[in-house]
Ligand binder design. Sequence first.
Ligand code: ZN
Ligand code: FE
Length: 239
Amino acid sequence: MKVEIIKCLQDNYSYLIIDEENQTACVVDPGESKPIINYLNNSKINLKFILNTHHHYDHVGGNLELKKKYNSKVVGFIGDENRIPEIDISLEDNQIWKQDNFEAKIYHVPGHTSGHVAFHFFKEKKIFTGDTLFSLGCGRIFEGTYEQMFNSLNKIKSLPEETKVYCGHEYTLNNSRFCLKHDSKNLNLKKKIENIKKRITKGLPTLPSTIKEELDCNIFLRTKDFESFSKLRDLKDIF
Ligand code: ZN
Ligand code: FE
């Protein structure tokens, strides 16, 4: 199983999870269809599933066209059945979704939206976190409560440290400035920032990250308690 990172819209990432054995793929959060189609046109890969972490347009914008073209099935959270376009398969919190060689556990991680989920491909040790966990940051709280977001991040951060983290946006460099401001003595963070900058100058994505790197560097995962988390989230909104 390999993951191709595909840039969408302004700063979104969509991910193709490719089963090379069967020449099939899932796409996570296609914000638009074109870049996905461009990739698939040069291959013999059949796009079987579209996985959506949440209903925002920049994560589902490609659903309809991709489904029409490839006859894919759209997979999302049962609580968002009414707002994920073209949904075919509705999943519950903690459910394990298995189709062919694809196998992921679904975590309901509300906060950014009330129906946000993360897809954990536990055999491959990869998690797709949408707009809940970003590298060096976390999503804005739009629909949920601060407490929900805090608990959702705690759920994700308890995964094995080597788990690779695939986020919905390229926000890492901007996020790093906020982390540095509030955690200026963190050497791991400084090292990661050097690395990020190198990748960006080469035009490469700063993702995936890992749970370990985020535990070491992401201020939102490093806060000791709920109060300081809430305060940081507020400060980030006006940063
Ligand atoms: Zn969003
Ligand atoms: Fe988004």
